[in-house]
Design a protein around this ligand. Structure first.
Ligand code: NAD
Length: 366
């Protein structure tokens, strides 16, 4: 298969971690008989430096012509970088918002996995963390409270602010379909999270999710109120497979789920539209404090590349091989500095990429 991928190395550690992800992808292509075709585009600070804007129309067109986008991270030190003296619509982050909009990315996927070897970084009690967890939060990204009408008025000397939370059934249906499709590739369980005891938008959410569930009799569906879900994430995270939820609830719950893994350099993410197209990127930022030192952890980006193989290209075997390589390298006690612990071997970003790449073909042979 030919895989046509647009890469956004971006800023800070972005170029370093994307380079390692490509190394692992190239090895995967070599072992499994695929051809990788990469086209790099500039975004964020790197684009500002060359073009004066964080994203050009040409870059958007290049991304649209690809099957998927693999991104590092964008942005600089928000206090010292000259990029943050620019008006907000010309700053690095404006490029990210613009590309998400141009590509119509409405579904955000954030896996939160607790690896046995990194269980020590989990802030939960050992009796909970020892059970491990592997969940995926599917968050609606373009509707709800963050996009509804808002206003602040003053009435009789009292300031009053209003935000509106609006969803139509089509917006709910398309994200629910994505959630159930993805659950089919995992452990076949969807927990739909809402606040249906209070909100009309949640009652509509719940009824549309139930309609969609009828087309997926092999996937178990449960409903959970958002306040209970926030508790369950720290009490019994192992119960979750796919958590399906609206924009604001997903924003909060996905950060909570990330925190309980305890390792920012390990967290992948994807944003999808209603085709197979997706933008894949680590959940962390551009870490300007460690940029150029070859010490960043590339695993979040490598795992984002594995998600790309699984969700855009349906190459599940190849994605499995990458995820397995990550587990094996951790099991052999290799660590980048951010996840280093006593008795382990500390390796650089590029060495971690080499170690992961070395495991790919080995995993196929067994
Ligand atoms: P950050 O995630 O970049 O860094 C937070 C801390 O975690 C830092 O100490 C950093 O060194 C460390 N860290 C992050 N990723 C790491 C990795 N892979 N390996 C080792 N250590 C890692 O968050 P920040 O410092 O708040 O933001 C820095 C810049 O990144 C800002 O400009 C911000 O706007 C941008 N940002 C971009 C994205 C994105 O591109 N999607 C997301 C978040 C933040």
């Amino acid at each position: 298969m030919e895989l046509n991928i647009t890469c956004i190395p971006g800023d800070g550690i972005g170029p370093e971690i994307v380079r390692e992800a490509k190394k692992v992808l190239d090895k995967t292509a070599e072992c499994y008989g695929h051809q990788m075709k990469y086209t790099d585009i500039l975004m964020g600070g790197a684009s500002i430096d060359v073009h004066g804007v964080p994203l050009t129309d040409e870059a958007v067109e290049t991304a649209k012509a690809a099957d998927a986008v693999l991104m590092g991270s964008i942005g600089g030190n928000t206090t010292t970088s000259p990029w943050y003296k620019l008006p907000p619509d010309l700053r690095p982050e404006a490029g990210l918002l613009a590309i998400r909009k141009a590509l119509n990315l409405f579904a955000n996927l954030r896996p939160a996995v607790l690896y046995e070897e990194l269980a020590g970084a989990c802030p939960l009690k050992t009796e909970i963390s020892s059970r491990g967890f592997d969940m995926l939060i599917m968050r609606e990204l373009t509707g709800g409270l963050y996009f509804g009408e808002r206003k602040t008025v003053e009435e009789n000397g009292v300031r009053k602010a209003t935000d509106t939370l609006v969803y139509d059934e089509n917006e709910i249906r398309r994200i629910a379909v994505k959630g159930f499709d993805i659950a089919r590739k995992r452990r076949k369980k969807v927990t739909s999270v809402d606040k249906a005891n209070v909100l009309d938008s949640s009652r509509l959410w719940r009824s549309v999710v139930e309609e969609v569930a009828k087309d997926y009799p092999d996937v178990a569906l449960e409903h959970m109120l958002v306040d209970n879900c926030a508790m369950q994430l720290v009490k019994d995270p192992a119960q979750f497979d796919v958590i399906l939820t609206e924009n604001m609830f997903g924003d909060i719950l996905s950060d909570e789920a990330s925190m309980v893994t305890g390792s920012i350099g390990m967290l992948a993410s994807a944003s999808l539209n209603d085709t197979k197209f997706g933008l894949y990127e680590p959940s962390h930022g551009s870490a300007p404090d460690i940029a150029g030192k070859d010490i960043a952890n590339p695993i979040a980006t490598v795992l984002s590349a594995a998600m790309m193989l699984r969700y855009t290209f349906d190459l599940d075997r190849e994605a499995d091989a990458i995820e397995k390589a990550v587990k094996e390298v951790l099991k052999e006690d290799y660590r980048t500095v951010d996840i280093m612990s006593e008795g382990c071997t500390q390796v650089s970003c590029s060495r971690m990429g080499d170690l992961l790449a070395e495991k790919i073909c080995y995993s196929k042979r067994r």
